[in-house]
Design a protein around this ligand. Sequence first.
Ligand SMILES: Cc1ncc(COP(=O)(O)O)c(C=O)c1O
Length: 436
Amino acid sequence: MTVSMTPSLDEWLDRARQRYVDCRPVGARMHAEACEVMPGGNTRTVLHHAPFPLRAARGWANRIVDVDGWEYVDMLGEYTAGLYGHSNDVIRDAVRTALDDGLSLAAHNTYEARLARLLIGRFPALELVRFTNSGTEANLMAVSLARAATGRPAIAVAVGGYHGGLLYFGGGGSPVNAPYETVLLDYNDVEASREALREHGPRIAAVLIEPVMGSAGCIPGDAAYLQMLADEARAAGALLVFDEVMTSRLGPHGAGAAYGITPDLMTLGKYLGGGLTFGAFGGRRDLMEMFDPSRPGALPHAGTFNNNVLTMAAGIAGVEGVLDEEALEALNARGDRLREALQAAVSPYGWCASGRGSMVGLHPVPGPVRSPRDLAAADDRLRELLFLDLLERGWYMARRGFIALSLEIGDDDVDGFVSAVRDCLAERADLVGVPR
Ligand SMILES: Cc1ncc(COP(=O)(O)O)c(C=O)c1O
């Protein structure tokens, strides 16, 4: 079902924007000031939205408060990096301890190998691991390693895939992408992707893919599709790289392991730094050993803050002291419940819910969403309107309809969010004439 009465929708959106502006004089002023010193007042594109972006003053547990004093339940969970919430005591204590022992030590420290051991114990694909400062860097390093190891130039990626600021393959690809030769695959299209991999196989160093596409809309890979990628990569002599920057939270051993597939390399990020700046890449020993600096001709991998004590300490505290199997399973079960309840609530209005476990997408299309192509017809104004309507009711999710649960979100929050979404769509349905 599609929305036809666009003037009403535009009017409704104008009103929602105006209310947003009227309620946030401090946010408006601070945004104007930020624009004097940063392009668009912004240093992280995803956070930008009209009329001007939400500006948080502080947060605790599952709440944030904006600079005008409005409080929200945080359903966004820092795009999966905020899994522990905003003030987990175990993590705060670990950071304080690390702080007391001094910053910027310019030496190996007592933390990094501990975190490496914990991650290797958790994710079967990892035999050796190295740290970076972001998921973007982790993917750049993994792909560069694959190119060095295979001597081939190209990477195969999904259309619409997001693997970091320099590795974005939506909308025809980003002009600031790292200049790798790319082979584009249609996510979940077994036949077309197999054909592309066979055609370009000898040039492909790595197939870089998310087991569940995150930023592209929370789209789970079919098991048969991911297995085909693994088989074809092997047959072509290319490496399979799972980008698990978001998805490693979807099972006790990551999403790849949940599908029963072990990639040659995997990348990590987000919550595994305990809420601080983090990235990691690792995998097969023979590949990762190419970075061993004690070997002649070792590949270089630099990064002033790769082993920064705050991230390392917070990461260890999270994995060791908070995120056991039980906690992770409960989180993902809650996400499944949220998605099912949302699907029931929104489908009468022509929307659908997608995702897996604690990662949920809300889309203004009837679905199912099996590839980014299925979202091409989505009316982005509907996304913005729901986002603004939810803010007004005290709920914060991503402007694009992305939700990532933190451990601080309880069943009451799930129920409250579902009824808020239902109310928003019901209220708007009368105005814009969306069929029920
Ligand atoms: C799947 C995936 N890979 C890589 C990245 C990049 O991570 P970072 O923002 O830490 O550079 C992201 C960030 O959203 C991501 O979702």
